[in-house]
Write a protein that binds this ligand. Structure first.
Ligand code: SF4
Length: 372
């Protein structure tokens, strides 16, 4: 039997009872489709580029970053909706990196997703009961229609929906209620991990709080573990035990939630934090606002050294020459790591910082070759 076949049937186990998901040096590249008849593109989008992180049982890990930073791709790698290019993903002690579709089936039950768009993620022509029952049917849970109906109505009740509305269509529910339907669908199989991919971004602010509170209540009631993805640090703050900040395919800072908000070391984390709205207008007026220059560089040709250097107010030559490792900086505890050669100290005025690199020196990698 080949090594690959052996892995598909008897996946390797690694032991650490506190860790539900371990991501080790995970890389996901997408080939760029060439439009030319005579040339084949060898370029790749570096969507996720060497990410290490852990998600512990019962915690919420917030994953934040601008659109296109790779956070949703990473989530899809963890759920194995995407095959990874290299690296290793361990779920509940088992290496699932290269499992076949069939071998993945038991793990798919344990990992569910809640999507951003409560309108687009529900089929408008199907009744809510049958939408929520889908995962049960796919995984053969429930001996009869009646049994499945009972499980579905139980899930609807858990998320605050009236179980009597089992036969209604999605259009008969408000935006917030539709997202509750998405949550009920994710809960139907009682998974161990729920990946929440921008679950409240498309909702009104007043409804966002309801869904966030619902997720928190369900977590304490059912002992769920969440990977909570958002581009908005203000939402993540209220739900996360720990926060990982991503930039151009890499995690640039990870720490307990309070440490990220009060002692962010990476200039990019600081810039994201400076954009979080504050409820007190007087405090907001006094706060330094860090405006990043330029656009996010192309993930096809990411900058050399520190990927943030073309936009960083503290960029220096070392940032171009040497990629900074993700490790504790200044006197931070081992749980707080940042990938920056010149971490921001508490009280440092980043808005006043100026790079010692000229615009010309802020280089990106050579564009990928096109060959015939
Ligand atoms: Fe900025 Fe340099 Fe730190 Fe990168 S390593 S974030 S360019 S100071």
């Amino acid at each position: 039997m080949s090594a690959h076949a052996m892995q598909a049937t008897t996946p390797a186990r690694t032991d650490d009872p506190d860790v539900l998901v371990r991501v080790e040096n995970v890389v996901k590249y997408f080939p760029v489709q060439s439009t030319s008849l005579f040339r084949t593109s060898r370029e790749k989008v570096h969507a996720v580029d060497g990410v290490d992180l852990e998600i512990r049982r019962g915690e919420t890990l917030g994953l934040v970053g601008e659109t296109g930073c790779g956070k949703s791709t990473l989530a899809r790698c963890i759920t194995r909706l995407y095959d990874i290019t290299s690296g290793r993903i361990t779920f509940n002690g088992t290496d699932i990196s290269n499992l076949s579709r069939r071998a993945m089936r038991p793990y798919r039950r344990d990992v569910q997703m809640i999507f951003q768009d409560p309108y687009g993620s529900l089929n408008p022509r199907r009744r809510v009961g049958s939408i929520i029952a889908d995962p049960l049917v796919i995984h053969g849970v429930g001996d009869s229609r009646l049994e499945r109906k009972r499980i579905v109505q139980e899930s609807m009740e858990l998320v605050g929906l009236n179980p009597e509305h089992y036969n209604r269509f999605p259009a008969e529910f408000s935006g917030g209620q539709r997202q509750r339907i998405g949550v009920a669908r994710a809960l139907a199989l009682r998974p161990k991990l729920i990946v929440c991919d921008e679950p409240v971004s498309a909702l009104d602010v007043s409804i966002q709080a309801q869904i966030v509170n619902l997720l928190a209540d369900l977590q304490s009631e059912l002992g769920l573990t969440y990977l909570f993805i958002a581009h908005d640090l203000s939402v993540v703050r209220h739900v996360s035990d720990r926060v990982a900040v991503m930039y151009l395919g890499k995690v640039v800072e990870i720490a307990d939630s309070g440490d990220v908000y009060n002692h962010a070391r990476h200039p990019y984390s600081r810039a994201l934090l400076s954009a979080v709205p504050l409820p007190d207008p007087n405090v907001a007026k006094q706060r330094e606002r860090i405006i990043l220059v330029g656009d996010v560089p192309s993930p096809i040709d990411p900058p050399v050294g520190c990927r943030f250097h073309p936009r960083c107010p503290k960029a220096a030559q070392r940032c171009v020459d040497e990629e900074p490792p993700l490790e504790p900086r200044l006197d931070d505890p081992p749980s707080h790591a940042a990938a920056c050669h010149f971490p921001v100290a508490d009280g440092e005025d980043l808005a006043a910082a100026r790079p010692t690199l000229s615009a010309d020196e802020r280089i990106v990698a050579e564009p990928g070759a096109l060959s015939s």
